[in-house]
Design a protein around this ligand. Structure first.
Ligand code: OGA
Ligand code: CA
Ligand code: FE2
Length: 500
């Protein structure tokens, strides 16, 4: 268990002590009782009254516990319904109450308090060691824990990833945009109006980039844009802006086509890294299982949630590698479905997103130079998408402008950072996406960088998460029964294979 947060140092008792001077010792003679007979009778009365009140209290408590247990199902039903009715993410509602799914009827997700930036709290994650957890920002709620992993553990994770083999994190999909626009059925005028943020009838470079900097995985910069305007001879008056007439001549995927024809390098992608996934459940390497348990203690979340989350993602950046700023989780819209709960959802939604309540990021080596994790808008007063690009400085560009962001975390071997990608809904569950959780991996200027991500998946729709957990526990039960039967049928003991 986590140690109490003994470093919430503020001692309230001192501050709230009454301002009147402390009572002085009473003179001796006043202590001796003069009307002893009356006093003893009233004393007896008082004791009796207290005794009765106490007995009544105990009986009331017993009755409360008794009746509360009996009506649990009803309260739970009501609770599920009320959540469902009032929540923004409605999803497909199913009146059935998930029972016996290992999912408590009224689960509240704990959130660790940040107190203030720089605040350090002691946490107990492994026997015989106390870790220090430092608050790095409140928006997003972000913490750093040095020595979360030992040197050896870092080595094991890297070796297991190498053994398994890493794949390119991003493969180019050259087509797709055209199709999407056809589906949306938008006219050039409509697109122009949407892009023209200040409605001045011209498209400034930052207006184009704000909505189109990522197209099919290619990252557009203002330099690219100039190059494209020249190449396609689209900016006829040469003022660096596009008016509606100029815009009309462009096909929606013209920029991408241009870049693809000219040849796209890995450094022009949103993400330039390789990664693999490591299973952390039963049978996995002990280090991976330990890591997951430690994450459960760190986040104080129910182990069932952590166990049903994505496997560990191990990422390797070569020299020159980067990951432009992004959100690990998508925004919460009523029609959005979470990837992890879609199996149990009884509707098919056209929009799917990863619902990653928490990101725990581990640094597995010391990077020679660069490779920090940047949080460009951490603790900003406001978040405005349009102001992320100003005067040709795109704060999301981690190849060029990492130094201009609000917060950077240096990768130190064994350190973990973790943050919440969602706000609370104020009722103990996941609320809106926290836009301030925007982050990225700065370009590695020398050496290689190894990190790993543990994402804790929670569906902002409580019902959907509950149904999903119920579904999984039913599957596990059937699987366990099948395994039991097959073990009965064969005398051979089946060795659980070591899944990486
Ligand atoms: C990620 C990520 C940051 C980093 O993998 O999603 O944001 O520093 N990584 O590598
Ligand atoms: Ca404009
Ligand atoms: Fe990320």
């Amino acid at each position: 268990m986590m140690e109490p947060q003994d470093n919430i140092e503020e001692d309230d008792t001192a501050a709230s002590a009454p301002s009147s001077p402390p009572p002085r010792a009473l003179p001796r003679q006043r202590v001796s009782l003069q009307k002893s007979s009356v006093c003893s009778r009233s004393y007896f009365m008082v004791v009796m009254v207290f005794f009765h009140v106490y007995i009544i209290n105990v009986i009331a408590l017993l009755l409360y516990v008794h009746y509360n247990n009996g009506s649990n199902a009803i309260t739970a039903n009501r609770d599920f319904t009320s959540r469902d009715n009032s929540h923004k993410v409605t999803g497909a509602s199913n009146p059935q109450t998930p029972a016996d799914s290992g999912f408590p009827r009224n689960m509240h997700l704990p959130r660790i308090e940040g107190i203030r930036v720089g605040h350090v709290q002691k946490v107990s994650l492994v026997p015989g060691k106390v870790h220090e957890m430092k608050t790095l920002s409140l928006k997003p709620l972000l913490f750093e824990i040095p020595e979360f992993l030992s040197e050896e553990e870092c080595g094991v994770v890297v070796r297991l990833a190498q053994l398994k083999g890493l794949m390119e994190s991003q493969v180019m999909v050259p087509e797709g945009q055209e199709e999407l626009n056809q589906q949306l059925n938008l006219s050039p005028e409509e697109i122009f109006n949407f892009l023209d943020l200040n409605q001045d009838g011209q498209l400034q470079p930052h207006e184009i980039l704000t909505h189109s900097r990522v197209r099919d995985g290619i990252w557009l910069t203002s330099e690219n844009l100039k190059e494209i305007y020249d190449g396609l001879k689209v900016d006829q008056d040469g003022n660096g802006l596009l008016n509606l007439e100029e815009f009309r001549h462009l096909k929606s995927d013209a920029f991408q086509r241009f870049l693809l024809q000219r040849g796209v390098e890995r450094s022009q992608l949103v993400r330039n890294s390789r990664h693999t996934w490591l299973y952390q459940g039963q049978g996995a390497h002990q280090v991976l299982q330990d890591l997951r348990k430690r994450v459960t203690r760190l986040t104080r979340l129910p182990s069932s949630l952590v166990e049903l989350s994505e496997p560990l993602q191990v990422v390797r950046y070569e020299q020159g590698g980067h990951y432009h700023a992004h959100h690990d989780s998508g925004p919460v819209y009523p029609e959005t479905a979470c990837t992890h709960t879609r199996l149990a959802a009884n509707t098919t939604s056209p929009f799917q997103t990863s619902c990653r309540y928490i990101t725990v990021l581990f640094y597995l080596n010391n990077v020679e130079e660069g490779g920090e994790t940047t949080f460009p808008v951490a603790d900003n007063r406001t978040y405005e998408e349009a102001s992320l690009i100003q005067n040709d400085v795109d704060l999301l560009d981690t190849r060029k402008h990492c130094d201009k962001g609000n917060l950077r975390v240096k990768p130190i071997k064994g350190t973990a950072v973790f943050w919440y990608n969602y706000l609370s809904d104020g009722r103990g569950w996941v609320g809106e996406q926290d836009e301030y959780s925007l982050h990225g991996g700065c370009v590695v200027t020398r050496g290689t960088k190894w990190v790993a991500n543990n994402w804790i998946n929670v569906d902002p729709d409580y019902q959907r998460q509950a149904r999903y957990q119920q579904f999984v526990s039913q599957q596990q039960e059937t699987q366990e029964q099948e395994e039991f039967i097959s073990e009965l049928n064969s005398d051979q003991h089946i060795e659980r294979h070591q899944d990486l």
